[in-house]
Design a protein around this ligand. Structure first.
Ligand code: HEC
Ligand code: HEC
Ligand code: HEC
Ligand code: HEC
Length: 356
């Protein structure tokens, strides 16, 4: 069961720069000559140049420097490990630029050289060869994303947060497998590896007990979705913007995005986000302790103990799944506090009363 809190709807009128709607750049290109080694563009006027890179507009430069601080510029992108699991569970379509483009079926790069998640992962470059090239550096894909459990993720002006949800979501409809107990080590490992941020934000794809009423905080109000908190505000290169970092680990946070809504005593800062996350950690640890004592979780690796395999009811495996799911959404409660706490509380309640 789900109940959405009665919420005040707030529109964020942030000053969002919109490179995605540069008009008619294709018309500016009047001619092109090409041979095997050289492509020459003859541009009729300087609109493109002035719009994107000019003496008084450094947005592209800023984006590049910020991106360097983001998780997307990770140099170990392909052999990345998370909780001891290799990146390959999510595959090249999430971990490499060429893999993602290929997955979108957007004129795949066939060089076979894996790239980190650079600009052209999300943006359509000025590619000559593509018949459908927009020429305007717009986002490659803004269509709504259907999550593994069938829910629709559609956020942001012009759907600009949808690009994130393509990768930051549960990989499989694991809940179905939990219900039917078609669960094994490999599948549980995938739960841990996948980044469930889109699901968590929506309040979806946790294992929900029928006796508990789940609530959600942000999905009805943060209409810009991911970029509303992670990208629309920035401070230098390491916070916000294309760094996508909300906190820098040195006591600073880009909290403007939060405080559009959270005002007065409810304002967020680096310290108050950290304090709230510690409460989340303590609560999730209580679930972990419970799972260890029921024999479902190994007490040193915190990975599923093979013993879970003999537990023959979905509600028990569901508690284990919830632990893994909540660990893999790395906001530590920030994306959807009420849903996260609801999943923990209902899992612990179940284990306390009826664990088999
Ligand atoms: C993870 C996806 C992603 C990657 C990678 C990415 N961008 Fe963006 N970028 C976006 C989104 C989303 C927007 C907002 C688009 C909109 O408002 O329609 C954006 C907007 C922009 C803008 C407009 C101004 C601004 O900062 O909002 C510029 C300039 C830009 N990107 C440049 C770059 C450059 C240069 C790179 C590579 C260093 C890059 N982007 C990499 C997602 C990405
Ligand atoms: C092509 C797949 C892909 C797309 C598209 C994408 N991401 Fe990522 N993102 C990743 C991968 C892979 C990583 C690095 C591994 C990890 O830490 O999850 C990452 C890392 C991150 C991190 C840093 C995580 C950390 O541990 O430091 C943030 C924050 C983030 N992404 C947010 C976003 C947002 C917001 C968008 C949309 C504007 C987006 N991503 C689009 C795949 C993607
Ligand atoms: C309501 C604001 C908000 C929205 C919307 C939001 N996030 Fe977050 N996100 C946060 C906060 C706060 C953190 C915790 C940052 C920290 O602790 O450094 C976080 C953490 C993360 C992390 C882990 C970053 C890290 O450094 O470990 C990723 C990845 C991430 N978010 C991706 C996303 C994606 C993808 C979306 C959209 C589906 C999204 N977020 C929507 C606020 C938001
Ligand atoms: C568009 C409005 C909006 C934005 C932006 C927003 N929030 Fe929220 N947030 C809400 C609403 C509404 C609630 C639910 C009612 C409440 O508890 O205040 C909520 C609830 C929360 C909760 C649970 C509060 C509790 O104690 O129960 C946390 C934690 C939270 N938000 C953190 C953040 C952080 C951190 C950011 C920025 C990274 C952020 N929010 C951005 C509107 C927003």
């Amino acid at each position: 069961m789900k109940r959405i809190k009665a919420l005040v709807f707030i529109t964020i009128a942030a000053g969002i720069a919109a490179i995605g709607i540069l008009p008619g750049c294709d018309e500016l290109v009047t001619n092109e000559t090409r041979d095997s080694i050289e492509v020459t563009l003859i541009v009729r006027d300087s609109t493109c140049v002035e719009y994107c890179h000019s003496d008084d507009d450094f947005e592209v430069m800023a984006a590049i420097r910020q991106w360097e601080y983001s998780g997307h510029s990770d140099t170990v992108f392909y052999d990345d490990t998370l909780f001891g699991q290799t990146a390959l569970y999510c595959g090249p379509e999430c971990h490499t630029m060429d893999g993602f483009v290929s997955w979108l079926d957007n004129d795949p790069d066939t060089s076979g050289y894996p790239f980190e998640l650079g600009c052209y992962t999300c943006h359509q470059p000025h590619t000559l060869q593509l018949p459908d090239s927009t020429w305007n550096f717009s986002l490659r894909d803004t269509s709504a994303v259907i999550l593994a459990g069938g829910q629709t993720f559609d956020y942001g002006t012009r759907g600009r947060s949808n690009i994130c949800a393509n990768c930051h979501r549960s990989t499989y409809d694991m809940i179905n497998w939990v219900y039917s107990l078609q669960i094994n080590d490999e599948r549980l490992t995938e739960v841990l590896h996948a980044a469930h941020e889109a699901d968590m934000f929506l309040g979806a794809n946790g294992y929900e007990y029928t006796t508990y009423t789940y609530e959600s905080d942000h999905n009805d109000v943060v209409s810009e979705g991911c970029v509303g908190c992670h990208q629309d505000y920035d401070e230098g290169f390491a916070l916000g913007g294309h760094s996508l970092n909300i906190r820098d680990g040195n006591g600073r946070a880009v909290e403007e995005g939060c405080n559009v809504c959270h005002t007065g005593d409810d304002e967020y800062s680096d310290a108050t986000i950290a304090a709230k996350q510690s409460i989340f950690d303590i609560t999730l640890n209580a679930l972990r302790t419970k799972l260890i004592s029921t024999g479902m979780l190994d007490d040193s690796t915190f990975l599923p103990d093979p013993a879970y395999g003999v537990i023959a009811d979905p509600d028990s495996v569901g508690a284990l799944y919830n632990y893994l799911y909540l660990t893999a959404d790395r906001s530590r409660g920030m994306h959807n506090w009420s849903y996260a706490m609801g999943l923990i509380t209902s899992s612990i309640t179940f284990l306390n009363t009826t664990a088999k």
